[in-house]
Design a protein around this ligand. Structure first.
Ligand SMILES: *[C@@H]1O[C@H](CO)[C@@H](O)[C@H](O)[C@H]1NC(C)=O
Ligand SMILES: *[C@@H]1O[C@H](CO)[C@@H](O)[C@H](O)[C@H]1NC(C)=O
Ligand SMILES: *[C@@H]1O[C@H](CO)[C@@H](O)[C@H](O)[C@H]1NC(C)=O
Ligand SMILES: *[C@@H]1O[C@H](CO)[C@@H](O)[C@H](O)[C@H]1NC(C)=O
Length: 334
């Protein structure tokens, strides 16, 4: 009896052991909280938030040391002269050597200045009915991800000011037929971003280079005030390492975290909106993936919940502010 009991116990322990090892293999070092736990945590902290200058200075120094965001964020004639080899950060062993043609389309030097109030706007469904538009538009520098729609119906929730917007090369392929046919739809679409910077990772993945260059020519051949910035693969790689050392196990960071990294390195105050990679909102109800649609991303590509946990740590320490839930109208008190 005793022997049998022990044997059962042993195999149970063995099974547990395998399970735990398997778990650590898939999710190294720690378990991510569930959506519900996150909601409870966020609600528990409430609106309380206090700016922590020590944290802000610390992260600016750390990021400047590793990644020099202001100078390295985009490729420029200064940091990528003719002959410079740009190693793609999203490919193994693939590079582009800057030549006359590519050199000529890089900006001379960094167009970015140190800034006071910055808003980084993700596209999460949490923004829907948030009424955060006015808050966002009040920032000195507004960054948005992947050419989000800024039409009237979203104005109250997401605002309409943009200083920098990222564009994934795949969106050029999917939405604008790779710009092989009409460029008008593309150029018209971009009018929503006024005279902002368009930021494209042209040297990250091999198939992304040509669409990015075509987007550059579409913009410069049209009477627009947009400026194309190409992401510097060295910057993306260094920022990736920076967050990896802090527990983000993604194959690739989301665009949002790159922008947050830029903002932390450059701005006195960073507020982050629309970052909520969970399936339920603060009221426990299901929410859509984006504020404008409900198309889910590939599952293993980005580690969005891990990224959120990082941002939440920074929020709790007062280094940046993560806005979830609704923004109350400031003028009406409360
Ligand atoms: C402020 O930030 C620093 C650096 O991240 C941290 O060590 C400290 O605990 C923070 N202070 C508060 C009150 O959270
Ligand atoms: C690149 O441009 C420079 C100056 O415009 C010119 O002298 C040089 O011949 C060009 N090289 C190539 C390979 O076109
Ligand atoms: C943004 O919205 C405001 C109203 O809040 C409007 O006055 C302004 O013209 C809009 N700007 C753009 C570029 O659409
Ligand atoms: C570009 O900016 C100038 C000056 O702000 C403005 O007059 C012009 O209308 C803008 N052009 C376009 C196409 O937006």
């Amino acid at each position: 009896m005793l022997v049998r009991c022990c044997r059962v116990k042993l195999s149970v322990w063995a099974a547990l052991c395998v399970l735990v090892l398997g778990w650590f293999y898939v999710f190294p070092a720690y378990r991510l909280p569930s959506d519900k736990e996150i909601v409870e945590e966020v609600l528990g902290l409430g609106e309380a938030w206090k700016k922590n200058q020590t944290g802000i200075d610390l992260y600016r120094n750390l990021l400047t040391e590793c990644c020099n965001p202001r100078w390295m964020f985009s490729v420029t004639k200064e940091n990528a002269p003719i002959g410079k080899v740009l190693w793609y950060d999203g490919e193994y062993y693939y590079s582009h050597t800057v030549n006359n043609e590519t050199y000529s389309i890089f900006v001379q030097t960094t167009p970015l200045k140190p800034l006071k109030k910055c808003a980084v706007v993700g596209n999460g469904g949490i923004l829907r009915h948030s009424k955060c538009g006015r808050d966002i538009d009040q920032a000195d520098f507004v960054m948005r991800c992947n050419l989000p729609p800024l039409t009237k119906e979203y104005l109250a929730d997401v605002g309409n000011k943009t200083h920098l917007v990222t564009a994934n090369p795949s969106i050029i392929e999917k939405r604008f037929q790779g710009l092989f046919w009409s460029r008008k739809a593309f150029v018209d679409y971009l009018k929503a971003y006024g005279s902002s910077f368009i930021y494209m990772p042209a040297f990250s993945m091999r198939p992304g280079t040509d669409p990015s260059l075509r987007a550059y020519y579409a913009i410069t051949d049209s009477p627009s005030n947009l400026t194309m910035l190409f992401a510097n693969p060295d910057f993306l790689r260094n920022v990736g390492k920076f967050w990896k050392a802090r527990g983000v196990h993604a194959m690739r960071l989301s665009t949002g975290l790159f922008l947050v990294s830029l903002a932390l390195g450059m701005c006195d105050e960073v507020t982050v909106y629309g970052f909520w990679p969970f399936s339920i909102g603060l009221d426990g109800q299901p929410i859509s993936h984006h504020y404008y649609d409900n198309i889910l991303p590939g599952k293993w590509f980005h580690a969005m919940p891990e990224e959120f946990v990082q941002l939440w740590h920074l929020h709790k320490s007062g280094t940046l502010r993560v806005k979830v839930g609704s923004c109350r109208p400031q003028s009406e008190g409360n």
